[in-house]
Design a binder for this molecule. Structure first.
Ligand SMILES: *[C@@H]1O[C@H](CO)[C@@H](O)[C@H](O)[C@H]1NC(C)=O
Ligand SMILES: *[C@@H]1O[C@H](CO)[C@@H](O)[C@H](O)[C@H]1NC(C)=O
Ligand SMILES: *[C@@H]1O[C@H](CO)[C@@H](O)[C@H](O)[C@H]1NC(C)=O
Ligand SMILES: *[C@@H]1O[C@H](CO)[C@@H](O)[C@H](O)[C@H]1NC(C)=O
Ligand SMILES: *[C@@H]1O[C@H](CO)[C@@H](O)[C@H](O)[C@H]1NC(C)=O
Ligand SMILES: *[C@@H]1O[C@H](CO)[C@@H](O)[C@H](O)[C@H]1NC(C)=O
Ligand SMILES: *[C@@H]1O[C@H](CO)[C@@H](O)[C@H](O)[C@H]1NC(C)=O
Ligand SMILES: *[C@@H]1O[C@H](CO)[C@@H](O)[C@H](O)[C@H]1NC(C)=O
Length: 811
């Protein structure tokens, strides 16, 4: 205990400086932090002081009779000591009563559903009411955190509850029958009167019915569902304007791969106004943004879209925060856009400068939407989409969003209660030990206890998985944001061709030019005037409505990607309703063409090694260097193409699973989607996608490259699994020699083989964390190639006819 206290003290010395260094825009009148079950007052990692609830003045009755304190048996790495490691548990109804000023209050509950010394927090079911509002009913914190993907260890629930004049705020915990209730921390923070309610001047637009409005009674309680710093990074509670709200990066809530760009201006001074006072949202929220991108034609043809998982049968309040910060947008009428919520028009011709009064002046807009009971499901997807207004003649065909808050409103009976989530897709929460490794994130330490709306953000992640078909670009937090800061979309990389140019290149789509065909249409080989090399021209079926969206998505997404080991999108053509994409032509087809059932001469070992190295670099670029973080999701030997010099080019990246567009110049009969034999078993099992899933698939490719022989029947996708498993076993038992393609047997140096096989085996490790990154893979393979070359050089020397100096140079 002693060292721990010391640790807290030192943190205490560190943090208040950073907090005190900033004077907040708002100082809450009521600010109570209770660490329930703690034996003394303590400081949390974010530097906030929590009071023990022992002998608390907030008790309404003797706690001894109905409650006891307990300590968690195990501290998950993602969980901070304060307030999560101690709890107060109740075996009967118990009320805390807080004397507070009238008005809306933030009420935050902290839960760590774990094993405790004296009770089992994972089986606990209970209800929580605040005055007359039912906030939680028969609530299982354990089921709730387990349903988040990836599962969290702890949970913060944030509510806003109105308190009348001369009222106290009474919070009552009631265990369900045969259960105990528990809580680790309670936070009460007051809210400026006019921020979320109080004397609301205007009725809010009600999205479900045209021209209808909605008055939110000031007796309404809310639960925070999402709070996003759009186009920016997480903003920790202590960085808020004084209310300790946590703002999350929005990238995981973006629908589809068209995520626009994220302009920000770090030197901007946000000028708050009377309508939008400084406490509304922190300056960092307003100084980062997400817009559609530099190409007006593309922007006019897609929607910048976010999706959220929401609960049916409730009204939701959406608050959209805006601020023009780009120096190009200074005047009224320059950026004008429409807002759609759940496919309904919520607003037309929104002009931020016009409404806020100028560049760097913030504003917000509120909307109410009812999520109807509908299909009987308890959850639904809420869509938010922005699109440039048509026919308004604005200078930039573009839209912008800087921040977003989504709140769930109580039902007319004052209830916010929800059923417990059902365990997802037969998903079983991993053991605590595994969790430990997995769920620690650097932002946690800063955000400290405030992981609750993190849970909310992770709900959108969950939906990204449900919508995984639409979503290739899986941008997960921090890493991608840092990268985006330094890059922006290059302007003119993607060419726009006329139909005449394309017709000329393909002799008016003559079948003799066809090199591939599939459900999406046909691929032609051709030469376009002005482009020196051959191109692959993919003509999509223009009837497909679905195709149109993906067509633009693909252009938006792929055009900024340029890498020697990626197939490039050269341009497109959209004349006459045609949807045509133009790529680099790959003379030597797919890697698989050269491995199985082939009449082509087999590739030498060094050729294969160099192809693998190239593909590894291409994937590493997608993972860690591209503007967006991209997980390929369909790495396999048919998606590695070879140009005339056998340089590997990764293809079919960034395409949505549903996409009919598939860049291969071999016939595609079925949609190539997350091919089974290559799929990461961990991803499959846990529904968690990471770059390491690509690493797994790449490991399978490495085994194919080493072991494949024409005799292996490649039509059975299952064979890749057995191939990888077989490979793994052979590596483990030091019998790798047995499975090598006989053609390669005498070409591979033993040292090179050992290194190569080890890399391949590491890539297909069961546990994603144990797999190397693509960067590591590329480096190890390069090392393997060096070993091969050294040995070859040595052999040449030993043969005696090698020129020594020549050999040294080669090395
Ligand atoms: C809160 O509890 C106190 C003490 O039990 C009680 O006097 C008061 O009426 C309660 N207030 C509300 C709003 O329930
Ligand atoms: C709601 O508004 C009424 C009338 O303006 C006022 O008397 C009451 O105190 C308000 N309630 C809250 C919770 O602010
Ligand atoms: C702020 O940065 C922009 C470019 O990002 C620059 O054009 C502008 O001059 C800077 N303004 C100030 C006051 O430094
Ligand atoms: C939703 O369904 C429940 C019961 O199925 C019903 O009580 C409730 O009124 C419905 N809510 C709405 C908004 O339709
Ligand atoms: C909105 O449109 C999308 C397709 O564009 C559809 O999948 C979704 O179900 C629609 N949502 C609602 C609430 O109608
Ligand atoms: C954008 O969303 C709105 C509302 O769902 C829809 O009507 C419109 O067709 C969409 N536009 C594009 C280009 O997808
Ligand atoms: C929330 O509950 C209160 C108290 O029952 C009620 O007066 C209010 O109308 C409800 N709010 C909404 C939006 O239904
Ligand atoms: C309480 O929740 C548990 C877990 O979801 C469920 O099994 C049980 O039926 C619920 N009880 C009531 C009374 O709703």
């Amino acid at each position: 205990m002693f060292p721990f206290i010391f640790y807290l003290v030192s943190l205490h010395l560190l943090f208040p400086v950073t907090i005190a260094g900033k004077s907040s825009a708002y100082t809450p009148i009521d600010y109570i932090l209770l660490s329930c079950g703690a034996s003394s007052d303590t400081i949390s990692e974010d530097g906030r002081k929590w009071f023990t609830d022992e002998r608390s003045k907030f008790f309404t009755s003797n706690p001894e009779t109905v409650s006891f304190v307990s300590t968690a048996s195990h501290q998950d790495q993602s969980v901070s000591q304060v307030p999560y490691m101690t709890a107060r548990a109740f075996h009967d109804k118990f009320t805390y009563s807080f004397p507070v000023s009238p008005g809306l209050k933030f009420l935050r509950f902290y839960f760590y559903p774990a094993q405790y010394s004296d009770f089992d927090g994972t089986t606990s079911l209970f209800s929580v009411t605040a005055n007359n509002y039912v906030l939680l009913k028969n609530f299982s914190a354990y089921l709730t955190v387990s349903a988040i993907i990836p599962p969290e260890a702890s949970l913060m629930k944030e509510f806003m509850v109105p308190v009348l004049d001369k009222e106290r705020l009474n919070i009552t915990f009631s265990p369900s029958s045969n259960s105990v209730a528990f809580v680790n921390g309670i936070e009460v923070v007051s809210i400026p009167d006019n921020l979320y309610g109080g004397d609301r001047e205007n009725s809010l637009p009600f999205v479900n019915t045209k021209f209808a409005t909605f008055d939110i009674p000031n007796t309404t309680a809310f639960e925070t569902a999402y709070r996003l710093n759009v186009g920016g990074q997480d903003v920790a509670n202590v960085e808020d304007t004084g209310m300790f709200r946590t703002w999350h990066d929005d990238s995981s809530c973006i629908f589809g791969s068209a995520s626009g760009v994220t302009p920000h201006r770090s030197n901007v001074t946000i000028t708050y106004t009377q309508q939008t006072p400084a406490y509304t949202a922190p300056a960092i929220v307003y100084s980062t943004s997400r817009t559609m991108g530099p190409n007006p034609e593309i922007n006019m043809n897609y929607n910048l879209t976010w999706i959220f998982s929401v609960d049916t049968g409730f009204n939701y309040l959406l608050r959209l925060h805006f601020c023009e910060i780009q120096l190009e947008v200074m005047k009224v009428g320059q950026r004008v856009f429409d807002i759609f919520i759940n496919n309904q028009t919520a607003d037309l011709a929104v002009d931020v400068i016009g409404k806020s009064g100028g560049n760097s002046k913030p504003m917000y807009k509120d909307y109410v939407v009812l999520i109807p009971n509908g299909s009987g499901q308890s959850e639904q997807v809420l869509w938010l989409a922005l699109q440039p207004s048509k026919d308004v003649g604005s200078k930039f065909a573009d839209a912008i969003l800087n921040g977003l808050e989504i709140f769930r409103l109580n039902k007319s009976d004052g209830s916010l209660a929800l059923p417990n989530p059902k365990p997802l897709l037969s998903f079983t929460p991993p053991e605590p030990e595994q969790k430990k490794l997995k769920f620690s994130s650097p932002s946690k330490a800063i955000t400290g206890a405030a992981v609750g709306s993190g849970a909310a953000v992770l709900f959108c992640l969950l939906f990204s998985f449900i919508f995984w078909r639409q979503k290739r670009l899986c941008s997960i937090k921090r890493k991608s944001m840092e990268r985006r800061k330094t890059s922006s979309l290059p302007d003119k990389l993607c060419l726009c061709f006329t139909l005449a140019e394309i017709q000329a290149a393909t002799s008016n789509f003559d079948d003799s030019f066809v090199i591939g065909r599939g459900g999406f249409g046909k691929v032609y080989k051709g030469f376009i005037k002005g482009i020196k090399r051959a191109v692959a021209i993919k003509r999509l079926n223009s009837q497909s409505q679905q195709g149109a969206r993906e067509f633009w998505t693909e252009i938006q997404m792929l055009s900024p990607l340029r890498h020697i080991h990626l197939v490039s999108l050269i341009g497109y053509c959209n004349d006459d309703n045609e949807m045509i994409l133009v790529y680099d032509y790959m003379a030597n087809g797919t890697l698989r063409d050269h491995l199985y059932n082939t009449d082509k001469s087999p590739l030498s070992w060094k050729q294969r090694l160099k192809i693998c190295i190239g593909a590894a670099h291409g994937l590493d670029y997608l993972h860690s260097e591209a503007i967006y973080r991209i997980i390929h999701r369909d790495v396999k030997s048919t998606n590695i193409l070879l140009d005339e010099n056998y340089v590997a080019k990764v293809s079919d990246f960034g395409l949505s699973k549903m996409s009919p567009i598939s860049m291969t110049n071999v016939p595609v009969t079925t949609m190539v989607k997350g091919t089974f034999g290559y799929m990461d078993p961990e991803y499959y099992r846990r529904q968690q996608l990471t770059e390491k899933s690509d690493v797994h698939s790449f490991g399978v490719v490495l085994f194919e490259v080493l072991c494949a022989r024409p005799a292996v029947d490649s039509t059975l996708e299952y064979s890749q699994i057995s191939l990888a498993n077989w490979g793994r076993k052979c590596v483990e038992n030091d019998r790798i020699g047995q499975i090598i393609d006989p053609f390669l047997k005498d070409q591979i140096s033993p040292a090179c083989l050992r290194t190569y096989a080890k890399v391949a085996e590491n890539c297909i490790r069961e546990n994603g964390l144990e797999r190397p990154t693509m960067k590591d893979v590329a480096q190890r393979l390069e090392f393997a190639l060096q070993l091969q070359e050294i040995e070859e050089a040595e052999q040449t020397c030993q043969a005696g006819d090698g020129d020594q100096s020549q050999v040294n140079q080669d090395i």
